[in-house]
Design a binder for this molecule. Sequence first.
Ligand SMILES: Cc1cc2nc3c(=O)[nH]c(=O)nc-3n(C[C@H](O)[C@H](O)[C@H](O)COP(=O)(O)OP(=O)(O)OC[C@H]3O[C@@H](n4cnc5c(N)ncnc54)[C@H](O)[C@@H]3O)c2cc1C
Ligand code: SF4
Length: 542
Amino acid sequence: MTEREAIPFDVVIVGAGPAGLAAAIKLKQLADASGVSLAIAVLEKSAEIGGHILSGAIIDPAALNALLPDWQARGAPLGLAVASDEFRILGAQRSVAIPSLLLPPQLANHGCYIASLGNLCRWLGEQAVAMGIDVFPGFAATEMLHDETGRVTGVATGDVGDSPGIELHARYTLIAEGARGSLAKGLIARFGLDQNSEPQHYGLGIKEVWEIPAAQHRAGHVEHHLGWPLRDDTGGGGFVYHAEGTQVVLGYVVHLNYSNPWLSPFDEMQRWKTHPRLRTLLAGGRRIAYGARAMTSGGLQSIPQLAFPGGALIGCSAGFMNVPRIKGSHNAMWSGIGTAEAVFAALTAGRSHDAIEDLRSTLLAGPIGADLRPARNAKPMLSKFGTRLGTLLSGIDLWANALIGRSPFGTLRHPAPDHTKLRLAQQSARIDYPAPDGKLTFDRLSSVFLANLQHDEGQPVHLRLRDPAVPVRSNLPLYAEPAQRYCPAGVYEIETGADGQPTLRINAANCVHCKACDIKDPAANIDWVPPQGGSGPNYAGM
Ligand SMILES: Cc1cc2nc3c(=O)[nH]c(=O)nc-3n(C[C@H](O)[C@H](O)[C@H](O)COP(=O)(O)OP(=O)(O)OC[C@H]3O[C@@H](n4cnc5c(N)ncnc54)[C@H](O)[C@@H]3O)c2cc1C
Ligand code: SF4
């Protein structure tokens, strides 16, 4: 293969989500305001900007207001303000709404917008391009580049067939890959960025978009659900956002520290839709989109060091999601903005390839810290005490923070990574999920069809098993190979050959890039790496 071409930039940003695009735009604004010329590149693995973004989304516009105060005049796709808000506890047949006076003020969605984060990123990408930033969709960064002392000097894109990838050299490289980034995972390990923080925790969010009859639609209405069908010892819940037109957005999140290997987040979501409240809402409707994505849920205690020599982690690659608010996009943007300011100061001081000192404490001293500090015990409480008691205690904690500015519980820990939490299959109750009816509930394959997948089957498998024997040798006898159930796209299947021996089949082309397998495999044996640029889902408006 011929040598890789190398292109020099001042700053290279991996990932065109809210964090990466906010960082690029802020850097360019600072450069333009001081008459400095900066070469900025943003790499994005999806074929189009926004094509791999999956979120709720109720968007808190605070960071966007700071970045582009005239976003309304520029036509940002945030047209629908939240009009009404309910928090419900579900039983199998009924549900009760928690009176809004009891809800901690941090959970209010007043002033937020129901939107597609993918569409917002498409629009942010257009703003970035118009400013002269080089945005490259369809290019996955697969490798960090280092100099002889180990400092990061840029990234390389993957080879495509016989064509070598490209090297993008940079004075600073920002990693904005979102939750469980593959380059971020390597950097955290290489530079020990998480040595002084708790492990990151995750939830798997599964989302469907429906068109429903106009009479059942209440534009701007928002509901969050806890309880059925999940057992009390499993964290998670559902959301229902009445979006523009007659669309309704349904999402179901299962925390990935669940312990029963028979659990299937995909099937829990299907079951949730059979609750009378959802059945009535969706009657006569039609599902038009499907996807899944992991979100970070460790909160403040799980934020690693952000800076490494030559760059920094931003957005959910570091993990700024606020769990009780189920919002992370505003903090992703704040981290992009704050990091851009620090990087710009370093660049104009003539520095390159060093670690931006105190970046973590600087960012946590601002709006991100103010948002995450009061919410820091929510996830550990759910994990320790279950959904009912954990939610009650977390509500008391949020109220205490709102009223007296501190927590009576101090700061709780959650030290065990999600993949260590599975019990043995034999010691766990089997879960029998009802068969899909093809109208309200569906199977994985017909669902994945709605994710608009593109994947060249000729490329190397991007789901790398560190030890290919582990799935059949240990995961199958110990945990009934849980990948068959936690993967929301049916990628992993155990097949029995003519000789009666089980083998693992990997349908890599079905992968929707949610990253659950990289997080939940009990042997931590799966490394998700980016497939060829442009592969994967092509979400429209997720
Ligand atoms: C189900 C669900 C519901 C949510 N609901 C809400 C909500 O209502 N409100 C809210 O504010 N937040 C919500 N969030 C959280 C929010 O989506 C995240 O906080 C936010 O998307 C993080 O932004 P980011 O830029 O860090 O990462 P992302 O949005 O994940 O963007 C990362 C981008 O980087 C690209 N990328 C990754 N790796 C590479 C690579 N190696 N090379 C090139 N490109 C790469 C990806 O394709 C992607 O486009 C939700 C999340 C989920 C999963
Ligand atoms: S293979 Fe892994 S990343 Fe892909 S959809 Fe399945 S669980 Fe998600």
